[in-house]
Design a protein around this ligand. Structure first.
Ligand code: BV8
Ligand code: ZN
Length: 286
């Protein structure tokens, strides 16, 4: 079997499919180890339009708690390695035959775009601008962004990193944890749209279960062209993301899994690197 480094050298169109494990070293709980009260709820039962419709106060407290964690979080070494591969010059050093590199992330924590911003700030090179400028389109946040809102009335979406996002949610991340119960926040006190003549109820701009992920057609085309899929920190249980690596394999491409534990995605993988990806990715891809 070819060594993984040889596959890296010969691959032309590379995708990375990332999940919550990519951000674990940054202190972001994965879906299975959320803290306190939220352990009581299956996170997936809160990440649905039905849950929001039924109890927007509870769903907003869940997302507010996660927003507060994410606002303090920093990209880890694994995010930085993946960001570096979106810079042509670095990509060419590791994957000399590569024509494209795309990070398809299920994560909504914004740490991969943050890593790209951090990297841009440090790049000094005599090479042409194009050689060293990370391509923002090389990251697709297919499940949306925690630090953004979507209006349930006018459908306006915008980034929002207010902490707290509204007065009524201030401190609930602590109260709820301590008292193991949630507050009943009236609809009028939840985040509201500020667009003229709207005032609609805002929701987190994330893709819930049963909703169609962002940039699906674009992702499908990129997956079709890929000859190497690198799967990082995901239980490979959430579709359609969980199916991308096997699609690449079915098309004759190679697959590699970087995960802390065994996962549904590694049965057919050509390469498996078990361990924390903040260590295994820099070892193999930097
Ligand atoms: C859809 C945003 C219709 C919200 C999320 C087949 C095809 C299509 C759909 C389906 C299908 N079968 C079922 C479905 C429906 C459903 C689904 O997949 N359900 C599952 C539960 C069976 N899918 C959907 O509803 C999707 N939409 O289907 O639309 C459609 C689709 C296509 C075409 C037309 C129509 C929408 C799914 C999006 C849901 N929203 N997130 C939020 O975050 O609150 S998904 C959510 O789950 C997060 O994105 C998160 O990433 C994901 C959980 O998965 P992981 O990321 O893998 O996290 P997890 O905790 O499970 O695992 C972490 C892993 O990391 C572990 O393996 C662990 O070992 C490892 N790890 C831990 N630490 C480290 C580490 N690894 C390395 N280093 C470490 N340090
Ligand atoms: Zn609105």
């Amino acid at each position: 079997m070819q060594k993984f480094r040889e596959v890296l050298k010969s691959s032309k169109n590379i995708i990375v499919v990332a999940g919550a494990g990519l951000s674990a070293a940054s202190g972001i709980p994965t879906f299975r180890d959320g803290g306190g009260l939220w352990r009581k709820y299956e996170a997936t039962s809160l990440a649905t339009p039905e849950a929001f419709h039924e109890n927007p106060s509870r769903v907003w407290q869940f997302y507010h708690m996660r927003r507060e964690i994410v606002q303090k979080a920093k990209p880890n070494a694994a995010h930085m390695v993946l960001a570096a591969l979106s810079v042509k010059e670095t990509l060419r050093q590791i994957c000399p035959s590569a024509e494209s590199f795309t990070l398809i992330t299920q994560n909504i924590d914004g740490l991969s775009p943050k890593a790209l911003d951090q990297l841009t700030g440090t790049l000094t090179s005599k090479k042409t601008f194009e050689e060293v400028t990370p391509k923002p389109e090389s990251i697709i946040e297919m499940h949306g962004r925690l630090l953004a809102t979507l209006c349930t009335e006018c459908e306006h979406s915008e980034a929002n990193d207010d902490s707290p996002i509204c007065a009524a949610l201030k401190g609930t991340e602590v109260i709820v944890e301590k008292q193991e119960q949630e507050l009943e926040i009236p609809l009028s006190d939840l985040p509201r749209c500020t667009r003229p003549n709207c005032g609609g109820l805002l929701r987190p701009d994330v893709v819930w279960f049963g909703e169609v992920p962002y940039k699906l057609e674009e992702i499908d085309e990129i997956v079709r062209q890929a000859d190497l899929a690198i799967v990082v920190g995901t239980s490979s249980t959430v579709y359609p993301a969980a199916g991308y690596a096997s699609e690449v394999a079915d098309n004759g491409g190679k697959t590699a899994v970087f995960n802390l534990d065994r996962s549904a995605g590694d049965r057919k993988a050509n390469y498996l690197f078990l361990g924390p990806c903040s260590e295994t990715l820099p070892q193999m891809l930097a």
